[in-house]
Design a protein around this ligand. Structure first.
Ligand SMILES: Cc1cc2nc3c(=O)[nH]c(=O)nc-3n(C[C@H](O)[C@H](O)[C@H](O)COP(=O)(O)OP(=O)(O)OC[C@H]3O[C@@H](n4cnc5c(N)ncnc54)[C@H](O)[C@@H]3O)c2cc1C
Length: 337
């Protein structure tokens, strides 16, 4: 375990932004993590997983701790269910594929989401009608201050839409070191109702899909829609879909009756941010070294040499324009550093 100074983070963020960490260390065990925390008590710290949900707008004036804890195992089994524990540094997509190989169900709709297992609770990742809160049992987290381990169960995580306690009350206080999921061993709850999964399966004449077939369909859809960060730097959806009060929505809808929306409760409506951005004319636009993806208005991209500030400026331009046109504020999903 070596602490490196003035370390380039270009390969550690999927936007591919050049920014430096004052200090950088990769930890491979809880013991190493505890040692680093104890020996650098007064130093500011920044926790890094796969770097797929962050926009670096400046150098990080801190000790960047890259969580590289590996390992996954079954910890409990019943007739229909299995409890699986993964260490935080496992790659999420590889973990999902491993669960599918074991015929464990529940994570297949979240195939191909970048990043690490330990980060999944931070924003309660989700895709195609599933979120990790649906299978999450608990996670272990190390207190940055005193190195004590705390277990957070599902309700203690306060999961919401791309939200959790780790983005709020517990922000910068804990490092998640492992996560436990409860998955199905039999009677899998296959969910193909969302997005284009049914249509994708129909192209292969599949009506009763296996976990693997659902995962393959999700992978094919994602590959056709989202840019691969290895080819075009990006951080997935840059913005969250705004949730607004029905009473406010009804006034806006009178002016824009073609607006897309989903009722999420008796009082609230979710509006697709991608639709708002497209209507505002940003889809496919390029501003210097960065821009808005041609097929996915929610995805901001780095054409090669963009700075984080350039991308942040574009995101602010989009937010302001959407507010001027629709009176709706859209928030970043990506962590702006
Ligand atoms: C092409 C693409 C598609 C995507 N699609 C989706 C999608 O469909 N659904 C979705 O929800 N997200 C999606 N994302 C966003 C991203 O993949 C997820 O948010 C992912 O969980 C981030 O994991 P990471 O390890 O890369 O996090 P990082 O970017 O490394 O970190 C994100 C935040 O979590 C903190 N953090 C990291 N590790 C820990 C830890 N162990 N303990 C405590 N805090 C920690 C960091 O300090 C930072 O604030 C996509 C991203 C890309 C690039």
């Amino acid at each position: 375990m070596e602490i490196q100074n003035n370390f380039s983070l270009k390969k550690h963020n999927t936007f591919g932004i050049e920014a430096k960490a004052k200090q950088f260390v990769a930890v491979h065990s809880i013991a190493e993590l505890k040692t680093v925390l104890k020996e650098n008590k007064s130093q500011k710290k920044f926790i890094l997983g796969g770097g797929s949900n962050m926009l670096l707008t400046k150098d990080i004036d801190a000790l960047v701790i890259h969580i590289d804890l590996k390992g996954r195992k079954v910890i409990k089994e019943e007739a229909d269910f299995v409890w699986v524990e993964s260490q935080a540094g496992e790659n999420w997509h590889e973990f999902v594929l491993w669960t599918i190989e074991q015929n464990f169900g529940g994570l297949e709709n979240m195939s191909l989401i970048p990043g690490n297992v330990g980060t999944t609770p931070v924003q309660n990742i989700g895709a195609y009608g599933t979120e990790i809160k649906d299978t999450f049992v608990s996670c272990e987290a190390l207190s940055i201050d005193n190195q004590e381990i705390k277990t957070f169960n599902n309700s203690e995580c306060h999961f919401g839409y791309r939200e959790s306690v780790f983005k709020n009350e517990a922000k910068n206080l804990y490092i998640i070191t492992s996560v436990v999921f409860k998955l199905t061993k039999a009677n899998h709850k296959i969910n193909t109702s969302y997005g284009d999964i049914t249509a994708e399966l129909a192209t292969k004449n599949i009506t009763k899909p296996t976990l693997k077939e659902v995962s393959d369909a999700v992978i094919a859809i994602r590959k056709s829609k989202l840019p691969d960060p290895k080819e075009l730097g990006n951080s997935g959806s840059f913005f969250k879909n705004p949730i607004i009060l029905k009473t406010d929505f009804e006034k806006i809808y009178q002016k824009f009756p073609e607006m897309k929306f989903y009722e999420i409760s008796e009082t609230e409506v979710k509006v697709p941010a991608g639709w708002l951005i497209e209507q505002a004319g940003f889809k496919g636009k390029r501003f210097g070294n960065a821009g808005i993806h041609k097929n996915q208005a929610l995805v901001l991209v780095n054409y090669g040499n963009a700075t984080g500030q350039e991308i942040l400026d574009i995101s602010k331009n989009i937010q302001d324009t959407i507010y001027q046109i629709f009176g709706i504020r859209i928030e970043a999903e990506v962590n702006v550093i």
